[in-house]
Design a protein around this ligand. Structure first.
Ligand SMILES: *Cc1c(COP(=O)(O)O)cnc(C)c1O
Length: 418
């Protein structure tokens, strides 16, 4: 493996091998991460990397793009088919630039956007004050209900009526429940706003039919391609029939916002890899994969509940859980560090109405997309819940390292490189 890197750059080669070993030997439980297929990785290292293709298929600013056009059109067609939408832009470099393009396409600087508050499970690009979206746009927020930790749609509707945003974002990074896109659309319609559903975390669940699709309700859909969708880092921006009915120029506005508004040459190797991941996601095997992600997430929730952990909103409908670590008298940060010593990779996370600051929050976030890719099922989730409990109840490095041996054994039963 990696013979050319080994020959030309021993330093990078050695680091790469260490990273491969780390991935092989640890349980990746960060819900936004996954293990991509060899075909996707191969496309990323292909000659598609070399080409400048500013513009769009058949309208490029450089020559020599006939095959680049083919691959980009193929990717667009697959995106439209799998998400059941009439338009897709496949060029955004990643999720944040995709959302930035949505702002460029729909708002003037200073106009109002309504998004979910970061502490309730939203994303930086949905209006957070230190992000471009909060600096250059007038951002206001909805959160979750304090008692249920769920979105209270009546409350969101009231905020929308009072604030009258021109754009509403529905999308989350640490919300363990289904999103009701129909209700979001009713709210958007009540004030004449665009509804953008940012399904970055759940797009793999949507295409496998385990989370309701926003295609009938949103005007615009954005998604990263590297989370549950299991592709390369990258993103898609799509418009729905409803979006085009609301604003027939929306596809053109989005294309112009991405290029020349925001980006230069598209990453065509990334686009080829997205095309491959979309083909993979259309297969019956992927449908099973999406179903197993959710089964695993529920099994992990059950296992943790049995060991006395308190789960935000009481459980999960999707691929992730948020755990209130106050139920084990330990901070999110300390939990992350101890679990890392045991080879279980998670991230600390704010819980709704967290009394602690963001760099030392009270919770952690756990997800099953990557361990499900390894082939693990409900039985292994119960085992992982037991191991997590052992580590955080004992709270010492020695126990963590001992549990780490068990983690390694479990990982080796489900190798990444088969
Ligand atoms: C991950 C994520 C993004 C940003 O994606 P990057 O590729 O990290 O820029 C945007 N929105 C949501 C909801 C996300 O989960």
């Amino acid at each position: 493996m990696h013979e050319n890197i080994r020959k030309s750059d021993k330093e990078v080669y050695d680091i790469l091998l260490k990273e491969e070993k780390r991935k092989e030997d640890t349980l990746e439980m960060i819900p936004s991460e996954n293990h991509t297929s060899p075909a996707v990785l191969e496309a990323l290292s292909s000659v598609f990397n070399d080409k400048y293709a500013e513009g769009y298929p058949k309208k490029r600013y450089y020559g020599g793009n006939e095959h680049i056009d083919e691959v980009e059109i193929l990717c667009q067609e697959r995106a439209k088919k799998i998400f059941a939408v009439p338009f897709a832009n496949v060029q955004p470099y990643s999720g944040s630039p995709a959302n930035q393009a949505v702002y460029f396409a729909t708002l003037n600087p200073g106009e109002k956007v309504l998004g979910m508050h970061l502490s309730a499970g939203g994303h930086l690009t949905h209006g957070w004050k230190v992000n471009f979206s909060g600096k250059y746009y007038d951002s206001v927020f909805y959160g979750v209900n304090e008692r249920t930790s769920r979105i209270d749609y009546e409350e969101v509707g009231k905020i929308a009526k009072k604030e009258r945003p021109k754009l509403i974002f529905a999308g989350t990074t640490s919300y363990p429940r289904f999103l009701d896109f129909k209700k979001f659309r009713e709210i958007a319609d009540s004030v004449g706003a665009y509804l953008c559903t940012d399904v970055s975390h759940i797009s793999g669940l949507i295409v496998s039919g385990t989370h309701p699709s926003p295609a009938e309700h949103a005007h615009i859909i954005t998604t990263t391609t590297h989370k549950t969708l299991r592709g390369p880092r990258g993103a898609l921006i799509m418009t729905t029939r409803a979006g085009i009915e609301k604003d027939e120029d929306l596809p053109e506005k989005i294309d112009k916002a991405v290029f020349p508004g925001l980006q230069g040459g598209p990453h065509e190797h990334q686009i080829a890899a997205i095309a491959i991941c979309l083909k993979e996601a259309m297969s019956p095997v992927f449908k099973k994969y999406g179903e197993q992600i959710v089964e695993n997430s529920k099994a992990l929730a059950e296992g943790l509940r049995e060991r006395g952990f308190s789960l935000i909103s009481g459980g999960t409908d999707n691929h992730l859980l948020v755990v209130d670590m106050r139920s084990k008298d330990i901070s999110g940060k300390e939990t992350q560090e101890l679990l890392e010593s045991a080879g279980i990779v998670v991230n600390k996370n704010a819980i709704p109405f967290d009394p602690e600051p963001p760099f030392n929050p009270s919770g952690i976030r756990l997800g099953t997309p990557a361990v499900t890719t390894r082939g693990m099922r409900e039985r292994e989730m119960k085992e992982i819940a037991e191991m997590i409990a052992e580590v955080v109840e004992k709270k010492d490095e020695k126990t963590a390292v001992e549990v780490g041996e068990k983690v390694k054994k479990l990982c080796h039963k489900f190798p990444l490189r088969k």
